[in-house]
Design a protein around this ligand. Structure first.
Ligand code: AMO
Length: 446
């Protein structure tokens, strides 16, 4: 460990230095001496002095140092404790800068950085960024993405808490897939076949019978075999489920309120990161909604294009639909309802007035589906019949059916993909950019 003019605790007391951990408090200490810790993000040598950028938990602070001997030995990415005077400096981003008095190196790097992380923008491919993720996340813009992501989750959580929801944690090793399809990871569970949860679907429904309104933020596993810009093999699901609904539109209303709350949370608490990344937050008023069949017709009418997939949207259709809706209503969000039953899982309620259409919806934001939700079957006989109609074995779903058999209120809910929402909010083309350590068909590290 290298020590530079190490100040013992008694010495720092002598200098009347104040230990400051929150940079937001620094402005209160102008003209006083403080002790800060952080990493040396960048050293910029000038004539006779150097700028040193200290990367702290949330902010990068400009520091001025004129001790040449100290600077000669100091390396970028060293973890330091610094004694410095807080000086008002309007030209600095935070309105203050630190004039360095002492630096103690707590731990220095032992190797050359394999990638430049302290430029204004990181000029490297996404693959490279992901390969060196433990380091590239230290870049102030890269880490700002995930601070904003924290804000989204905070908004989701606090809005649902305020609305009487209980947070739950459901198992991720499960006995059956909830969403159907081939994208399920199988595993050997002490000689029995088990799966990684494709969603918390069964459990959040069961917990409606217990808490009435529940939500979960947790990992979701999908064995996607295609390498696309919108699919991850592990992503973070923000799910909620609510009982005693009159219609699936109650769920859409709850989501609209939750999204507004998340945007407000970001505006209130995440200004520095939004500014750093130049984020344009959406203005959410009423979110327009149209039926799946109407949306298909609208796309064809406005663009003259007909798409092959008739029970779902192709990615290009979602993009076109978003463009049309934004142009015609000003909304960057659009709900699409009444998806055909063929493409929806077995727990989804069909429209009694129009069987074949489901009481379900997707939410499309800036050209990408970010949510699926809807009303569920709560009646035992109806759920049993649906399983049989689909050629599924009711015995395999015994514990799921247990709740139906013993009384469930009308209920519905949704699942929102955190990475997809973050990516669209920040204008990223690839969902991996909004995932700390993405898992895709080619990537298992870091
Ligand atoms: P669904 O399968 O549509 O619905 O998933 C819900 C939302 O999760 C996100 N998502 C993904 N994000 C990244 N990579 C993936 N491979 C991926 N797959 C899905 C999307 C999607 O809208 N149980 C239902 C939800 C419900 O009805 O409550 C479900 O899982 O944003």
């Amino acid at each position: 460990m290298n020590t530079y003019q190490y100040a013992s605790i008694s010495e720092t007391k002598k200098t009347d230095a104040i230990n400051v951990t929150l940079v937001s408090q620094l402005k209160e200490y102008v003209d006083r001496t403080v002790i800060m810790h952080g990493s040396v993000y960048k050293i910029r040598k000038m004539k006779g002095f150097s700028f040193l950028i200290l990367r702290t938990a949330r902010f990068c602070i400009q520091c001025v140092c004129d001790d040449q001997a100290l600077l000669n030995e100091l390396q970028e990415e060293a973890c330091v404790r610094m004694v410095a005077e807080v000086v008002r400096e309007e030209r600095a981003r935070l309105g203050i800068e630190l004039h360095v008095k002492q630096i103690t190196v707590l731990s220095g790097p032992s190797a050359q950085m394999p990638i430049v992380i302290n430029g204004k923008v990181m000029e490297t491919s996404l693959e490279n960024k992901l390969d060196y993720r433990p380091l590239t996340l230290r870049n102030e813009k890269e880490r700002a993405i995930f601070k904003i992501q924290e804000g989204i989750v905070r908004g989701f959580r606090s809005y649902l808490q305020e609305n009487g929801f209980t947070e739950i944690h459901s198992p991720k090793i499960v006995y059956a897939g909830a969403e159907g399809g081939a994208n399920i990871f199988r595993l050997d569970y002490f000689g029995r076949e088990a799966y990684l949860a494709q969603s918390p679907q069964f459990y959040k429904q069961m917990m409606v019978g217990v808490f009435e309104r529940v939500y979960e933020v947790g990992p979701i596993f999908r064995a996607e075999k295609h390498d696309t810009s919108r699919h991850l093999n592990e992503y973070t699901g923000m799910d909620f489920e609510m009982g005693y609904i009159d219609s699936f539109r109650d769920v859409m209303e709850m989501e609209t309120g939750m999204l507004k709350a998340a945007v407000t949370e970001l505006e209130r608490e995440y200004g520095p990161e939004l500014e750093l990344l130049g984020v344009r937050l959406p203005h959410i008023r009423e979110i327009p909604s149209l039926k799946f069949s109407e949306a298909k017709a609208l796309i064809t009418e406005r663009t003259g294009r007909i798409f092959r997939e008739s029970h779902d949207f192709e990615p290009e259709e979602e993009r076109l639909l978003s463009e049309i809706v934004e142009r015609e209503t000003g909304s960057e969000f659009v709900f699409v309802t009444h998806y055909p039953a063929e493409k929806r899982p077995f727990y989804v309620m069909e429209d009694p007035e129009n069987p074949g259409e489901t009481l379900s919806f997707d939410l499309i934001f800036r050209g990408l589906e970010i949510t699926t939700g809807g009303q569920r079957i709560h009646d035992y006989g109806m759920q049993l019949q649906k399983l049989c109609d689909r050629g599924m074995d009711p015995e395999a779903f015994e514990s799921f059916l247990m709740m139906h058999r013993h009384g469930m209120p009308p209920h519905g809910g949704l699942g929102l993909g955190l990475e997809r929402f973050t990516a669209r909010l920040l204008g990223f083309e690839n969902v991996r950019q909004a995932c700390l350590f993405p898992r895709d068909i080619n990537r298992l590290t870091p």
